[in-house]
Design a protein around this ligand. Structure first.
Ligand code: ATP
Ligand code: MG
Ligand code: MG
Ligand code: MG
Length: 481
């Protein structure tokens, strides 16, 4: 089943059940506390907070989402994208737990002929909040799930809250068992790769109060003030993950809306996906980031040195970098954005109508980065010569640092070029200099109180590689703090 149909079946299912179909809101949330729309409920937040009255008791949507915090997982896990589509159904003081469970179960296990996804019920597992016995019972009664496929999880995983004071409540998540080749049995508690989380049902039922002051930053460290005036439902199903399941592929990047981007990279690089794990990760990163960048520009983000613009800049740069690392040194953004447009414009027509603008912004950003790489390469060549002239084989940490600091040269690139030149790099020295810069910047920022508000958002994004974190000093070198 193609992703387009997965979306449509979701909306149709809930429309039949009396939900108003609401179009996706922009990735640029109106909510000033958010950099991007991170979940389907974001546009409905004012209703859940009681700030305005919903014009309908039930709604359904497929919302464009960007989660920068997942960036380190991109390409590594089989299930994380930075841009993804979250399908959801929402009840504003209308149906509650039983209704949400019923609706989800009939869609997942309903036959294809009846508009369902036709999943085998024996492959579905759920988690519930450890104190939510009511949900355990409902899953047994409504879905006929055996007790051993209902697992209890604590605050950190299965309890949702928003703001203080604000609504909160337990969640229940639905997982699909992909089979023994993906990990050990034993349910989601045993393996989050084998048991793929596809759907989160949030049961908003209480008002959260201030901390009781007992447990530091512990998630349980707040008081329940009492029940909300009305109980709400907020759910989110990952469309890409559902596509993985229904298309029976190993990875979200192998589904119909992402695999063609990888295919284009195969053509450009002359490599075959599935042969080298490192190159595969890079191809998935390219698929992910080029798609996110296209959609973000489509929604009005332009590259810059702070906030959303900085996120976009990093996405474009990481795409270009990853392409280089699989051997493609010519510009790729125009081509990749074109593939994304062809794949995504059936759902988001503005990507086609506005393509000239989107492409131009992406290509201009790529050109600037390629110039950075070119000038860094000159500096590198001089350092290489000097190192070799001294009969040394290790490029000094200070050189790597200068390349990073003045040319915006990611350490991965330095390492790669050094290896090509038959040199190693004093990474410890580099890291030490980065640390020192970080400390200086911290002291600096402290002196300028308040300017650090949103840094956590960039943390993952700024890492040069899957595990490296150089974020803070990059913010500094990019002139953000
Ligand atoms: P995970 O534990 O896999 O990171 P999550 O618990 O953070 O997922 P939720 O916040 O519950 O995710 O979001 C609701 C649904 O949205 C998830 O059940 C999943 O299907 C989908 N989803 C969440 N994050 C991503 C992502 N980065 N890429 C693709 N789909 C996602
Ligand atoms: Mg997550
Ligand atoms: Mg989860
Ligand atoms: Mg979840």
């Amino acid at each position: 089943m193609q992703t387009h149909e997965i979306r449509q079946r979701f909306l149709d299912h809930f429309e039949r059940a009396g939900h108003t179909v609401v179009p996706s809101a922009s990735l640029i949330s109106e909510d000033p506390t958010l950099l991007f729309t991170v979940a389907g409920m974001v546009p409905f937040k004012p209703y859940f907070l009681g700030q305005s009255t919903p014009p309908f008791p039930r709604a359904t949507s497929v919302q464009k989402c960007v989660r920068t915090l997942d960036i380190d997982n991109v390409g590594i896990t089989t299930r994380h994208n930075t841009f993804f589509q979250m399908a959801g159904n929402f009840s504003f003081g209308d149906y509650f737990k039983a209704g949400a469970i019923q609706h989800a179960w009939t869609l997942l296990t309903g036959s294809l002929a009846d508009g369902g996804y036709g999943l085998d019920p024996d492959r579905l597992w759920v988690t519930v909040f450890e104190k939510d016995d009511e949900s355990v019972q409902l899953w047994q009664e409504i879905a006929g799930l055996p007790a051993e496929r209902i697992q209890k999880m604590g605050m950190a995983d299965n309890f949702w809250s928003m703001g203080v004071p604000g609504p909160c409540g337990p969640c229940s998540e639905i997982y699909y068992d992909r089979g023994p080749s993906f990990g050990p049995d034993g349910g989601p508690l045993a393996s989050d790769e084998r048991y793929l989380e596809v759907w989160n049902l949030v049961f908003m039922q209480d008002m959260r109060g201030e901390s009781s002051g007992l447990g530091g930053s512990h998630a349980a460290d707040f008081d329940i003030l009492g029940p909300l005036p009305s109980q709400n439902i907020d759910t989110g199903l990952g469309v890409e993950r559902m596509a993985l399941v229904l298309q029976d592929v190993d990875n979200v990047y192998e589904t119909d809306l992402l695999r063609p981007i990888i295919s284009r990279m195969e053509e450009l690089s002359g490599r075959t996906y599935g042969q080298d794990p490192q190159a595969d990760i890079r191809m998935r990163v390219i698929a992910d980031h080029s798609r996110s960048a296209t959609l973000l520009i489509g929604d009005g983000v332009t590259p810059g040195n702070e906030g959303r613009g900085y996120v976009l800049r990093r996405l474009v740069r990481r795409t270009v970098r990853a392409a280089r690392l699989i051997g493609v040194t010519e510009p790729v953004i125009g081509t990749l954005f074109g593939v994304v447009r062809d794949l995504m414009s059936p759902s988001y027509p503005e990507l086609a109508t506005d393509f000239a603008r989107i492409e131009k912004i992406g290509v201009t950003e790529e050109k600037a980065f390629l110039r950075t790489i070119a000038s860094g390469t000159k500096l590198f060549a001089v350092a290489e010569q000097e190192t070799k002239a001294e009969g040394a084989t290790v490029l000094p940490g200070a050189t790597a640092f200068t390349l990073h600091d003045t040319q915006g040269f990611p350490i991965d690139l330095t390492l790669e070029m050094a290896a090509e030149a038959g040199l190693t790099v004093d990474v410890a020295g580099f890291t030490r200099l980065m640390e020192e810069q970080k400390t200086r910047a911290r002291a600096d920022a402290k002196a300028r109180k308040g300017s650090l508000a949103d840094l956590s958002v960039y943390r993952g994004l700024l890492a040069d590689g899957p595990t490296r974190f150089t974020g803070y000093s990059e913010l500094v070198s990019e002139g953000i703090v």
